[in-house]
Design a protein around this ligand. Sequence first.
Ligand code: 2M8
Length: 433
Amino acid sequence: MGTRLTGDETTLWKAAARVLDANWTGTGTIPSPALYPHQWAWDSAFVSMGLARHRRDRAERELLSLFRGQWATGLLPHIVFNTRMPRHAYFPGPDLWRSDLQDAAPRDVPTSGLTHPPLHALAALRLHECAGPADADRSRAFLARLYPMLVAQHRYLARCRDLGAGGLVAICHPWESGLDNSPAWDGPLGALQLPPVAYAPEHVPRTLPTGEDYDRYVRLVTLLRGAGYCDEYLRDTHPFAVEDPLVNATYLASTHALAEMAEIIGGDPVPHRETAQRVHHALLDRLWDGDTGCFRARDLRGGRLLPAVTVASFGPLLDPDLPGPVVRDLVDLLLSARFAGAAGYPVPTCDIQAPSFDRGGYWRGPTWINTNWLLWHGALGHGLTVVADLLYGATMRLVRQSGFREYFDPFDGTGRGSHDCSWSAALVLDLLG
Ligand code: 2M8
C-alpha cells in the first residue's frame, strides 16, 4: 500500500485487497463469488495488475495459472475451468466445449475454445513496472518465463485470426469481445440460423443475458466445436467474424508491451514493433469511420462497418500513435451527451441516445470499472489529463458509493450484477497506485 494515501483511500484500498483475498482460490482468482467460479482470461489480466500492488507473488501465479490452459496452437482460452468445481456450477461448463477432444488443448486442464481481449502482455509489463528494486531480478526472470507464452498467444492471433487478411484480429463469438451482449453484435448475431433447441435454459444460473441471445451463443460454440475449432473453418465458414476496435486496441497495446519486454529480457523487439505499426494502420484503415468521427466494429461476413457506437469505439485511445485529429474526435464524442456528458457516472457502455441503450442491461448501457480503466490508461498515454481525471474520479465515486460491484447504473451509480467483483477491486488498487 502506498504511504501517501489519505485515510479514506486507505480504507478503500483495504476493502479492495479483502475482495482479492476472498476470491483467491490458491492458484488464481475467480471473477466473483458464486456467479463466475473459474478463471477468465481478461479478468486475470486486470486482476494481476491489482495483485501486483498487494500480493506480488500471487500476481505472477495468476498469469501462470491462466497460461496452463494455453493450447499448442497458442490460443489462450477465455475460460480455464477449475476441476474442483461441480460441473453444473457454471453454464456453459467443460461439457459444451469438449476441449478434451482437441489434440491442441492441454490434457489436464479443461478450457473453453474461444479467446478474450489479449491484455496479458500489457499486464505483465505493468507487473514489472511496479516491482520495487528488491524485486527487480525476480521480476525480470518472471517476464522471461512468460514471454514465450505471450509470443505464442500473439502468433496465434496473427496467424489464425486475421480472417479479413487486413492485419487485424477477428473475434468469432461475442464472448471473445468481453462485451457479451453489446448492441454491436445484434446484427451479426441476429443473422444466425438457429436449430429448434440448442440447450437447456434451466442450466443458466442467472438472468442476463438469456433467451435467444444464449441460444445463439451456444449455437456458435457448437458450430466451432463441430469443426474441431479448426483454422480453415474459422476463415472460410464460421458465421460470426467481426473486427472489434477494443479487442484490436488491446492487441496493439500488448504488442507494444511485448516489444518493451523483449528489450528488458534481451530479446528482439523489432518484429513486435513492425506488427504494432501494421495494426496501427489497419485500425485506421479498416475501423475508423471519418464521417461520424469514431471507430466501429467491422462485420466480415456482412462486409460492412456495424452501426453501434459503444465504449469499444474509444478503445483505440490505447494506440500511442493515434493521430491528433482522431484523438480529438474521440474525446469530443466521449465528453458529449451521448457518453460522459449526460452520465453522472461515466463511461456508459453504449451511446445513451441510441435506441438500444439500456441503463441496467449488462453490456448495453451500464458503466464498468474495467472499461473505465482502459480508457483512463489510454487517455494518460495521450496526455489527456482532464479526461483521465474525469474517469479516475467517476470510478472512485462508483466504488465508494456502491462497492466493488460488477457494473453500475451510469446515471445514479447504483451497483448491479455480482458483488465483490475481482476486477473492480483490482483496478482500484492499480488506480490508487
Ligand atoms: C462475462 O462473460 C461470461 C462469458 O464469458 C458470462 O457472461 O458468463 C463478461 O462480463 C466477460 O467480459 C467477463 O470476462 C466474464 C467473467 O467476469 O463474465
